[in-house]
Design a protein around this ligand. Structure first.
Ligand SMILES: Cc1ncc(C[n+]2csc(CCOP(=O)(O)OP(=O)(O)O)c2C)c(N)n1
Ligand SMILES: [Mg+2]
Length: 916
């Protein structure tokens, strides 16, 4: 019994009431006594009903009591409030049947053609109506030259999206038959991949959770574009379709509060609640719809549950005792899944049976009718009502929780089975059952199934279905998905002078490449025409990287402006927010920041308005933390700059194991379209970014080379930044810095032996000091090279190697790295603040003895000097590596190497750093 505001399960939960003064205890007990009387005389169901009524009235009177996080297990929109359905239900059902059939036919045919090629039948079968309501009535296409809606399709539902494109005439039978056989160029991809189908797919979604989080930041970015007056996005809506199992991914639910906080009423999620994931039930012992409702309502979303189809309305209306509602509320999902596979008599006995009042409620229904009481997610009108309500909701995002059956219409062997997710074949009998279920006897006569290959059903001109289908397409501005939007607002590259500050160096002043980048970013943002397209993104680290100087100047984006006077308002660098703010200060979310990067970096294709994201983050929390989002951004053909700041296992001091990054460049090298650079000097940063912008948006760049992302490591070690020499020398350096390497200093004259030292990032200091020591003391003259990109050098060398392998008679190609390092006999030693595997990337093409020194192992906290000694990348170790390699060549005696080891104070008997 609920007494005195205390909750029986958790007495403290509602205890806050007892802390408030009761100004009229008499009145209070009257209310409570009434409640108690209701429970005693009419039961808990009636009491719950009254409380719900009270809450609803309180809401109407704007009493402002907090909304309950969950509601009973029924549809949010009552039958009497459903709007008029404007479509032709019959024709739409026919079209849907064609699409269902063609999707299944495509998967089955593909698996006939190539055993084990895969594909999914059940996901789309459960969500066909969810998509078709959208396609026929809501999703706006691009045919009128505007960007339309942004729709994220659930990856495994791809067969249904292809099947629709086939009816539209956008995909041919031949292409459908090439499902998952892409290599010859005419096939279609397994899942949504813009990288593979650049004129079709827009949003990669198949890695669970990434579509949902990306959709939130896409919707937020649309608001950003409008608030900054770069692009009017008010006509575009973001739709995201996801699975109920997919909501277990932290990325799926991790940012939903942002969507509510930002009032993203341009965002609608549709969760296909078929109660199943791959292995079995999503919440066998619970109720996923109820759980999600609470989570989303708690986060401030508008939640619309579409649980039951229309045939249940009448039953609920007659449920005067609340027994049906109670049964709905207390039946767990595992049992609901069971009902999906059982016959009507089981449902009558098990669901309706135990309570005579409940059994009576359905006595007029046959077993067949009971079995076919549909779920809300298969009820077209209920879905239409939900979508319409979602699009009319202002001030907050909407999630539609639609209950469906996995594999719906695919017949008893597939529907609702635990193995349904992976079923990709259907025999003739199963196909015939599907055909009958979809009423397609005319389109697919029995003999058409004899060959074992189900035929596709096209839309025939002159039929009502054809006419209706194309009329709807036209009314909604053409088909989706479709990529890209033609450029509507071209971008103008920045004036050359923005780079000048970095090219002239810092004189005697000590500076870090991070500081250099911040200067450049400011200059880019200030550029008159280009500036507005710059999107700086930072996950609560601007101060760490010295970027707080930008807060005042270009402001932090805040959709509601700044509603308070900041504590530092009187300072020059005050924390300034604004509706037109440019910086996306995302807070502590690398995943969210990466999603913003993707939204900005794909605006060129999904808005026709190129935007240039510069996402700066702790390099350790980039590829390692959100590598899959970066991979998806590459798939989405994102362009932009990723800046891994405070990089280097030994350069970032005082932080230790979790922060010190010595492998992001290695991880970056795994993404085909990432250009990974490790610049040493500010001018290299400027040269690389300039080249990147030209590659993405310059007039001379080949179109198929533009969709790239640049990854630059930035360091916080300060030293005077050299100037880029003028004239031809400067041009040589600039070209080399982009290609991957350039000679930084010639070998000194005099010494007998020759060697070459390659450095990257801050390791130029070890290299310079080693060069000096080698010349002064060990009779070795070393030239120094800055290697800005091992990844680029490797790709160039692989291409040369491949050419030679496949063209045995043709003139040999020399990899750039081999060409640059040719002509000297001595050893090459590469030194990096990253793992040795980074410089090792080019070792087999160097053509000279090659040693990599790097930072393999866990980082730890200490001074740079101590760390560089520990990881064996300081000048002493470079000297020893050069001499040791000369010794292996027979050019110097072992005694010389031993002497150098002693002279540099190296303890040769410590275990290797990666074992410590
Ligand atoms: C990150 C990630 N992990 C695992 C998978 C493999 N996977 C593909 S679909 C699926 C089950 C999906 O269930 P649900 O989200 O409920 O979608 P449904 O097919 O039921 O609509 C899994 C585990 C994946 N695609 N991505
Ligand atoms: Mg599911």
């Amino acid at each position: 019994m609920v007494i005195d505001g205390l909750h029986p399960d958790n007495p403290r939960h509602e205890g806050y009431v007892d802390q408030l003064p009761d100004i009229d205890p008499g009145e209070t007990s009257e209310w409570l006594d009434s409640l108690e009387a209701v429970v005693e005389s009419h039961g808990k169901t009636r009491a719950r009903f009254l409380i719900s009524k009270l809450l609803a009235r309180a809401n109407a009177l704007q009493v402002g009591s907090p909304a309950a996080v969950s509601t009973p297990y029924v549809n949010t929109i009552p039958a009497e409030l459903e709007p008029w359905f404007p479509g032709d239900e019959h024709v739409e059902r026919r079209i849907r049947a064609y699409i269902r059939w063609n999707a299944a036919a495509m998967v089955v045919r593909a698996n006939k053609k190539a055993e084990g090629i895969g594909g999914h039948l059940a996901t789309f079968a459960s969500s066909a109506a969810l998509y078709e309501v959208g396609f026929n009535h809501f999703f706006r296409g691009k045919a009128d030259g505007t960007p339309g809606d942004h729709v994220y399709f659930q990856g495994h539902a791809a067969p249904g999206i292809y099947a629709r494109a086939f009816l539209e005439g956008r995909l041919s039978e031949r292409q459908l038959d090439g499902f998952r056989m892409e290599v010859d160029g005419d096939g279609i991809s397994s899942y949504p991949h813009p990288r593979l189908m650049p004129e079709f797919w827009e949003y990669p979604t198949v890695s669970m959770g990434l579509g949902p989080i990306n959709s939130i930041y896409q919707a937020r970015f649309l608001k950003y574009l409008t608030n900054r007056r770069v692009d009017d996005t008010s006509e575009s809506r973001v739709w995201c379709f996801l699975g109920d199992g997919e909501t277990d991914e932290p990325e799926t639910l991790g940012s939903i509060s942002l969507a509510a906080r930002e009032g993203l009423d341009n965002l609608t999620w549709v969760v296909n609640c078929n109660l199943q994931r791959l292995d079995g039930p999503v919440r066998g012992n619970g109720k996923i719809i109820q759980e999600l409702e609470a989570v989303f309502r708690g986060a401030g979303w508008n939640v619309i549950k579409v649980v039951w189809g229309s045939k249940w309305d009448e039953l609920l209306q007659r449920d005067v005792d609340g027994v049906l509602l109670n049964r709905m509320n207390t039946t767990v999902d595992g049992q609901f899944q069971r009902y999906a596979v059982e016959d009507g008599s089981y449902i009558r006995d098990d669901f309706f049976g135990p309570d005579p009042r409940l059994r009576k409620l359905v006595e007029h229904l046959s077993d067949d009718e009971l079995r076919n009481l549909p779920r809300g997610g298969h009820d077209y009108k209920k879905l239409y009502a939900a979508y319409k309500a979602a699009t009319e909701t202002t001030g907050r995002p909407t999630v539609i929780l639609a209950k469906t059956i996995k594999g719906w219409t695919l017949g008893p062997d597939v529907e609702g089975r635990n193995a349904t997710h992976q079923i990709k074949k259907m025999n003739k009998a199963q196909l015939r059952t599907l055909r009958d279920r979809l009423y397609l006897e005319e389109e697919v006569p029995d003999d058409a199934l004899d060959a074992g290959l189900p035929p596709y059903i096209p839309l025939r001109e002159g039929t009502p279905e054809h006419e209706y289908f194309h009329a709807r397409l036209k009314a909604l501005d053409g088909p989706l998905p479709s990529r890209p939007v033609p450029i509507r607002k071209p971008i103008t590259l920045p004036d050359e002078k923005v780079y000048g500050e970095l090219l002239v160096g810092s004189g005697t002043q000590a500076a870090a490449t991070t500081m250099g980048f911040t200067r450049l970013l400011r200059n880019l943002a200030r550029d008159q025409r280009f500036g507005a397209r710059v999107v700086p993104i930072v996950p609560d680290e601007a101060r760490t990287f010295g970027m707080d100087s930008l807060f005042r100047e270009i402001k932090i984006y805040a959709s509601r402006g700044q509603l308070y006077k900041p504590v530092d308002h009187d300072l020059l660098l005050s924390y300034t927010e604004g509706r037109d703010g440019q910086i996306l200060e995302e807070g502590i979310t690398e995943a969210g920041s990466m999603a913003s990067f993707t939204a900005a970096g794909t605006a060129h294709s999904n808005r026709g308005v190129p935007m240039v994201p510069f996402y700066i983050f702790y390099s350790m929390f980039g590829f390692q933390r959100v590598g899959d989002l970066i991979w998806a951004a590459a798939d989405a053909r994102a362009r932009g700059f990723l800046l891994g700041a405070t990089a280097g296992r030994t350069t970032l001091t005082g932080e230790g194991l979790q922060h010190q990054d010595g492998h992001s460049l290695l991880l970056a090298s795994t993404v085909p379209t990432v250009e990974a650079y490790d610049p040493a000097f500010a001018y290299e940063v400027a040269i690389i970014i300039k080249a990147g912008l030209e590659r993405m948006y310059g007039p001379d760049s080949p179109d198929d080379q533009r969709d790239v992302m640049y990854y630059l490591t930035l360091y916080n070690e300060t030293h005077p930044m050299p100037a880029l020499p003028e004239g031809e020398e400067g041009e040589r350096i600039a070209a080399g810095a982009v290609e991957g390497m350039y000679r930084y200093a010639d070998a000194p004259d005099g010494p007998a032996h020759r060697a070459t030292i390659l450095f990257s990032g801050p390791m130029w200091q070890s290299a310079v000091a080693a060069r000096d020591a080698l010349a002064e003391r060990w009779d070795v003259a070393a030239d120094l090279w800055s290697v800005t990109s091992y990844k680029r050098l490797r790709e160039d060398a692989l291409a040369a190697e491949r050419h030679d392998r496949l063209h045995p008679g043709a003139e040999r190609r020399t990899p750039l790295v081999a060409d640059r390092l040719a002509g000297v006999d001595g050893p090459v030693v590469a030194v990096s603040d990253h793992m040795t595997a980074v410089p090792d990337q080019v070792s087999r093409w160097v053509g000279r003895p090659y040693t990599s020194l790097g930072t393999d192992g866990f980082g730890r906290s200490d001074t740079r000097e101590a760390l560089r000694r520990f990881f064996e990348i300081d000048a002493g170790h470079v000297v020893v590596a050069v001499l040791s390699s000369l010794c292996a060549q027979g050019a110097v005696e072992p005694g010389v190497v031993e002497k150098a080891i002693a002279a540099h104070g190296i303890d040769a008997d410590t275990p290797p750093p990666w074992t410590r």
